[in-house]
Design a binder for this molecule. Structure first.
Ligand SMILES: Nc1nc2c(ncn2[C@@H]2O[C@H](COP(=O)(O)OP(=O)(O)OP(=O)(O)O)[C@@H](O)[C@H]2O)c(=O)[nH]1
Length: 206
């Protein structure tokens, strides 16, 4: 199995997760909610902000294979920003999450892509998730713009809703399909292995 690192945009100072603010409201892009939806199939509208990072696993049976995902969910608060490399450096894939209702989260996502390209593992699979697509009425990022950007950098792209369970499983399946078959079953990093997904998935749009 392979280790999958989940990360997302960092805070815009003075707007959300401001260092020293202490209390963080519902302003995150939804990284933890995506992981919870995937691992536990649940959604908590009052979920607490992540402190440092949290780790979760999920094994998904598919056809004759078992796919085990090992997921680091990193904190989006600026004060934890420096920790992110610890998690993405040993990872096979990174999911970068933005909030479709906040354009600044899509802009800072591009900084994460740049950082991953510069400091991440050379063949890291990059996935972009435009979360909260249930809030289409207050959308600030067009799906086409995000898709074009993802295509340009050869990244997986889906719009998700952790709240309504839209495209969450599909996101992880698409990632596992991108893992090179040459590495299928091989040990990686700290000894994790992943058997590659091979099926087609149906994507729902928001
Ligand atoms: N409407 C809607 N709200 C969501 C969705 N996903 C998450 N939220 C809400 O957004 C807020 C932040 O969610 P989190 O999952 O904590 O975000 P995060 O990116 O992990 O935040 P940090 O842990 O601080 O980095 C919470 O109030 C969630 O309930 C979604 O798909 N739709």
């Amino acid at each position: 199995m392979r280790k999958l690192c989940l990360t997302a945009d960092w805070a815009v100072p003075g707007r959300r997760h401001e260092p020293g603010n202490g209390v963080i409201a519902d302003t995150g892009v939804g990284k933890s909610s995506i992981v919870w939806r995937f691992v536990e199939d649940s959604f908590d509208p009052n979920i607490n902000p992540t402190i440092g990072a949290s780790f979760m696993t999920k094994t998904v049976p598919h056809q004759n294979e078992l796919h085990k995902f090992l997921i680091w969910d990193t904190a989006g608060q600026e004060r934890f920003r420096a920790l992110a490399p610890m998690y993405y450096r040993g990872s096979t894939a990174a999911i970068i999450v933005y909030d479709i209702t906040k354009e600044e989260t899509f802009l800072t996502l591009k900084n994460w892509v740049k950082e991953l390209r510069q400091h991440g593992p050379p063949n890291i699979v990059v996935a972009i998730a435009g979360n909260k697509c249930d809030l289409n009425d207050v959308r600030e990022v067009f799906e086409k713009d995000a898709k074009d950007y993802a295509d340009a950098i050869n990244a997986v792209f889906v719009e998700t809703s952790a709240k309504n369970a839209v495209n969450i499983n599909e996101l992880f399946i698409e990632i596992s399909k991108r893992i090179p078959s040459a590495n299928t079953g091989a040990t990686y990093g700290k000894g994790f292995k992943l058997r590659r997904q091979s099926s087609e998935v149906e994507r729902r749009c928001c």
